[in-house]
Ligand binder design. Structure first.
Ligand code: NAD
Length: 486
């Protein structure tokens, strides 16, 4: 397919060996910038997952991975991170071809992956237990142990970042991982696994089984040999994964969707807010779980914010990922259709599309381009203000005062992230307490990735926390030891 991909993309990684899927079948990835076939990947199935889980178990029990100390694991993760850093440009190129992500965004993802490995490498030997005051004649203590075999199911939108935060933390704690990347895009996951192997990650510590969600993904979530599941994706699939985990009574971390608001009060520093308001809606063509898809604006500044956001929208340029513009294509024809449906719904409901970005003239006709759209004056119960669109569509919702802002911000089934823009210190804290979500950003949004900051949702956005030190607790279980010595 001639895209200059420097490795065999058609294999699974099991127990340190790259080989074809047992069924011998493949799936074809598509380049979203022009709709052409990009590369074939393995179509792993249940028997590949069986082999991967077995390889992970062997790596822990008797394998070199299980014998490594926490300090050794940390040093190794650091070394993998440095190799990722050296190859950041190539990883960004692969992500541009596969996900349709502009090069600068792919590069930022590669740097984030490297940073996760640096962070979790440094933290690996700093997770410790406690000694507990207890009855006379006893010494009681706790320590943290890996769960064992951890299953990781990741989506296509941020493969590098999500692998960094979930596999990075799981490996730091000494788990052995089975990773199921998304069927729409997984080249950087395969490249990462090769980099980890070259840096010396022992066989079986990381196994990768690409394939369809309903085949490889379902087999991994239902596998009785898996001790913990980490899932990032849609609410519908997340609930299937949780049901499968429940049948094996294992813990599961669910990082699901969102309808995250940024709340702009009339006293906000609008010059500071404006870039964050727009970027957090259109980054990765809006295909971001924490996209700020709702902009709530206090009425006195509503017209100003609308005009200034519209101006920015009109200046955005949309085009092929390798051209490295502001916005690339959607991941697939299907995603393009879903988002187009919401824009049609906006028009049918009489909502004003206040501004749309421009598509560059030389964008290939076969690409899945969608011009980012700003929709004004959206009632807070409208489908566009309630449902996760997962595309570059932001809605502007006016509000009157703090209580109204909280009611609207909390009034969806989701609770992932929120942003608040105000100069009033008391209001900053009241809002941070009142918002029902996993992360609140005051006078910023996203904190530039925030590898160090625990992340996850409430309500339909999921449960459990990844990122930051907190993830290390999630990827381990606490053992209590009570010694009676008289
Ligand atoms: P998806 O749920 O369709 O797919 C995610 C992964 O699950 C893929 O690897 C897929 O193959 C797998 N899968 C599909 N069916 C499965 C099944 N029956 N059993 C097990 N695995 C299965 O999600 P998507 O459309 O690829 O991703 C978009 C969604 O992900 C959005 O809702 C977005 O908000 C969410 N997301 C959340 C976060 C977060 O951190 N909260 C990050 C990125 C994306």
């Amino acid at each position: 397919m001639g895209a200059g991909i420097p490795f065999d993309t058609t294999q699974v990684l099991v127990g340190g060996e790259w080989r074809a899927a047992h069924g011998g079948q493949t799936l074809t990835l598509v380049n979203p910038s022009d709709g052409s076939p990009l590369a074939d990947i393995a179509r792993g199935t249940a028997s590949d997952v069986d082999a991967a889980v077995e390889a992970a178990r062997s790596a822990l029990e008797g394998g070199a991975w299980g014998r490594m100390t926490a300090a050794e694991r940390g040093r190794l993760l650091g070394a993998i991170g440095r190799r990722v850093l050296e190859q950041a440009d190539e990883l960004a190129r692969l992500e541009a071809l596969d996900v349709g992500k502009p090069l600068k965004q792919g590069r930022a993802d590669a740097l984030a992956l490297a940073r996760y490995l640096e962070f979790y490498g440094g933290a690996a030997d700093k997770v410790h237990g406690q000694t507990l005051p207890y009855q006379a004649g006893f010494t009681a203590l706790t320590w943290r142990e890996p769960h064992g075999v951890t299953g990781h199911i990741v989506p296509w939108n941020y493969p590098m970042q999500i692998v960094g935060r979930s596999v990075g933390a799981a490996l730091a704690m000494g788990n052995a991982c089975v990773l199921k990347p998304a069927e729409e895009a997984c080249l950087t996951v395969l490249a990462f696994a090769r980099i980890a192997q070259e840096a010396g990650l022992p066989p079986g510590a990381l196994n990768v089984v690409p394939g369809l969600g309903e085949e490889a993904g379902a087999a991994l979530s239902a596998h009785p040999g898996v001790d913990h599941l980490s899932f990032t994706g849609s609410v519908a699939t997340g609930s299937l994964v949780q049901a499968a985990a429940a049948r094996n009574t294992i813990p599961v971390t669910l990082e699901l969707g969102g309808k995250s608001p940024q709340v702009v009060f009339a006293d906000a520093d609008l010059d500071a807010a404006l870039p964050f308001l727009v970027n957090a809606g259109v980054q990765n063509a809006g295909q971001t779980c924490s996209a700020a898809s709702r902009i709530l604006v206090e009425r006195p500044v509503y017209d100003t914010v609308l005009a200034r956001m519209a101006e920015r929208y009109r200046a955005l340029r949309v085009g092929p990922a390798l051209s490295d513009l502001d916005v690339g294509p959607m991941i697939s024809q299907r995603q393009h259709e879903i988002v187009s449906h919401y824009l049609a719904l906006a028009r049918d409901s009489g909502l004003a599309i206040a501004a749309q970005a421009e598509l560059v003239r030389d964008a290939p006709a076969g690409g899945y381009y969608l011009r980012p759209a700003l929709v004004a004056g959206v009632p807070d119960r409208h489908a566009l203000a309630q449902e996760e669109i997962f595309g570059p569509v932001q809605v502007l919702i006016p509000f009157s005062g703090e209580a109204d802002a909280v009611r609207i911000a909390n009034g969806t089934p989701y609770g992932l992230v929120a942003g608040v823009w105000t100069r009033d210190g008391g209001r900053q804290l009241r809002m941070a307490r009142a918002l029902k979500c996993g992360q609140v950003f005051i006078n910023n949004y996203g904190a530039g990735g925030g590898v160090e900051l625990p992340f996850g949702g409430v309500k339909r956005s999921g449960h459990g926390r990844e990122k930051g030190f907190e993830a290390l607790y999630g990827f381990s279980s606490l053992k209590t030891v009570a010694i009676h010595h008289g």
